[in-house]
Design a binder for this molecule. Structure first.
Ligand code: CDP
Length: 221
């Protein structure tokens, strides 16, 4: 069974998807982490010319931390799960993920993972491009201020100091959403058959429960 959760930055996709996967016994796949790892590689190489960079894309692999059950992201075999959350990666990830060759390679990996087991996959194009026939599609949205507040809270927990100002974070998140929504290949958008879930006034538990109930009501997979 494939559950696709898409939506803009900070809409609560990852936390919700992780809870849903845990409850249903599925694998959780954070596709944003894959694009972030490719971006980290480009930055580590000193921002080479894009034509050269895409000739020889790095190897990205995923694993699961046995203690925390969280996804681990490996770049050329090295665990970069923490590094990919950095400010510079966040600033450049929309650009790198708009490149056709990058998307083709990541989508192929994502399809291989989803074809092998039941997954909850979150991203921007899972319901529209990666798994257009997913059994359940959810498009999560939330008020921009609420999304920025959640992201700030996450940054505090991860000790990502200095913290940006709320207003500045709202601006950069909006810019990233606009870039992701207007790119040519597989832009961020709600699939016609996706269920819209506004999480502005919902707790993570409520969000997860709604999706679990929807998943449990599906019997034809
Ligand atoms: O967690 P956050 O909402 O900040 O973003 P993310 O899920 O880590 O994704 C980072 C970026 O990767 C997005 O802004 C998109 O540019 C890109 N992305 C994408 O193009 N397609 C996906 N399926 C997932 C992420």
């Amino acid at each position: 069974m494939i559950i696709a959760i898409d939506g803009p930055a900070g809409s609560g996709k990852s936390t919700t998807a992780r809870l849903v996967a845990k409850n249903l016994g599925f694998i959780y796949v954070d596709t944003g982490a894959m694009y972030r790892a490719v971006t980290l590689s480009w930055l580590e190489q000193g921002k080479p010319n894009i034509a050269d960079f895409i000739q020889d894309l790095p190897s990205i692999t995923l694993g699961i931390n046995a203690h925390t059950n969280e996804q681990q992201t490996f770049l050329n075999g090295i665990d970069v799960s923490k590094e990919i959350r950095g400010r510079e990666v966040t600033e450049h990830v929309s650009y790198i993920s708009s490149l056709k060759t990058v998307r083709e390679k990541m989508v192929e990996m994502q399809r291989n993972i989803g074809n092998a087991q039941s997954v909850v996959m979150d991203g921007r194009d899972i319901g529209t491009a990666v798994f257009p026939k997913a059994h359940l599609k959810v498009f999560m949205v939330a008020d921009i201020r609420e999304r920025a507040l959640r992201r700030l809270q996450e940054m505090k927990i991860q000790s990502m100091f200095p913290l940006p100002k709320l207003e500045d974070l709202m601006i950069t998140m909006k810019q990233r959403d606009e870039y992701d929504s207007s790119r040519e290949i597989d832009p961020l958008r709600q699939a016609d058959d996706a269920i819209l879930l506004d999480t502005s006034n919902l707790t993570i538990e409520d969000q997860a429960l709604k999706i679990i109930e929807l998943a449990n009501s599906i019997h034809n997979f």
